[in-house]
Design a protein around this ligand. Structure first.
Ligand code: HEC
Ligand code: HEC
Length: 326
């Protein structure tokens, strides 16, 4: 049912080029991450971090679970974590149909047979344990530049999910994936760095990448993301039951969020920490933006994303959130 990321996939290569710019130029002030020690306490911390990223930042649990679009912003159906659910088809510009897989630890139909190394490879390069290549609608080009610790914590978390034997169909593509395989920046996670929190703008850029905000908030043409309009919104999502256009998040004062204070930005998200804010069917005024998931991102992380967004090129682009229906 969720019909997003249409042409997105085709163009993720550009994303990498872009991130390489942001992330690689800014390695000066990095955190020194040490691998988790073996105590139960630290294992628990690693799992918690992974859960946080999978549910509230990188949104693995958005695509890989079932969503309920009878409520505002399609919150995840409790109990479906990681079982797979979403599919993407020609309605969103995919040359065929691609299904989000079962990533619970089930050995027959989930990721139970994967080793940690194989999971790192599939999550950050799209190459599966059987050597298949995933269609880049799975945002591995973004995850490719995340820190080793963050990726390992996500893996530790998905291994704790309740195994589900749900069988997800194989994708059917009309073109070879090699045609759309993006140019990846990072050959190994060892060289990836998460900027220190004291370097708030670059830390914000890191979180923004991990959260894939740009995929929905940047328009696309046949060549890919229109980088001169990075984060300027205007991408239209037609989910059948409603049509919505993404917002301009550049610091343009007339049409973007140039006049928003950090507090306003934060409050917009915090509002959805209360279930009541999304527990009703808004009909045609629904949104594809996964508010219910991003809402529980840390205040600091949201503020850092705000700070980063404020450094972008302002783009004058007036967006109509709910375009008149056809
Ligand atoms: C935008 C939707 C989306 C998001 C977000 C997403 N995935 Fe995926 N994922 C997919 C799709 C679709 C596939 C299958 C692609 C294909 O068949 O070519 C997939 C495939 C996978 C696979 C391969 C499973 C197998 O059986 O080989 C793994 C593992 C995986 N995703 C893990 C993750 C993790 C971990 C995250 C979060 C860090 C994540 N995904 C976020 C859509 C998504
Ligand atoms: C799946 C697509 C999608 C993703 C991913 C996404 N957004 Fe959105 N976003 C939208 C759409 C569509 C709207 C307009 C409808 C609405 O307000 O819910 C929107 C609206 C917003 C608004 C409200 C702006 C206004 O003028 O009211 C903010 C703020 C925002 N997004 C921030 C973000 C940030 C930050 C991220 C990443 C952490 C992000 N979005 C990721 C689709 C997305």
């Amino acid at each position: 049912m969720k019909r997003i990321h249409s042409g997105t996939a085709i163009c993720l290569g550009l994303v990498c080029l872009f991130f390489s710019f942001f992330i690689s130029c800014n390695n000066s002030n990095e955190t020194k991450e040490s691998p988790a020690a073996g105590s139960t306490d630290s294992v628990q911390k690693v799992i918690e971090r992974g859960k946080y990223l999978a549910h509230h930042v990188s949104l693995c649990m958005d695509c890989h679970s079932e969503r309920d679009f009878n409520q505002f912003s399609g919150p995840m159906k409790e109990g479906t974590e990681g079982r797979g659910g979403d599919y993407f088809d020609q309605g969103v510009g995919i040359p065929g149909v691609v299904y989000a897989k079962n990533i619970t630890p089930d050995t027959a139909n989930g990721i139970g047979k994967y080793t940690d190394e194989e999971l790192v490879r599939v999550i950050t390069t799209g190459i599966t344990r059987t050597g298949d290549t995933l269609f880049p609608i799975m945002p591995y080009p973004h995850y490719n530049t995340m820190s080793k610790d963050d990726i390992h914590s996500i893996i530790a978390y998905i291994r704790t999910l309740k195994p589900s034997s749900k069988k997800i169909p194989e994708r059917k593509l009309m073109i070879p994936v090699s045609l759309v395989y993006p140019k990846l920046r990072s050959a190994s996670l060892d060289s990836n760095r998460k900027p220190d929190v004291s370097d708030m703008v670059n830390y914000g850029a890191y979180m923004w990448n991990a959260a894939a905000c740009m995929d929905c908030h940047t328009q696309m043409d046949e060549k890919g993301f229109v980088m001169s309009k990075l984060m300027a919104g205007g991408r239209k999502f037609d989910l059948g039951t409603f049509v919505v256009t993404s917002a301009n998040l550049t610091p343009d004062t007339a049409t973007g969020i140039g006049k928003w204070t950090e507090q306003m930005f934060l409050d917009k998200f915090k509002n959805y920490r209360d279930k009541m804010a999304y527990a009703s069917n808004p009909g045609k005024n629904n949104s594809i933006m996964p508010w219910s998931m991003y809402a529980n991102m840390d205040d600091f992380d949201l503020k850092a994303i705000y700070r980063f967004l404020q450094t972008l090129q302002p783009v004058n682009n007036k967006v109509e959130k709910y375009p008149p229906s056809k």
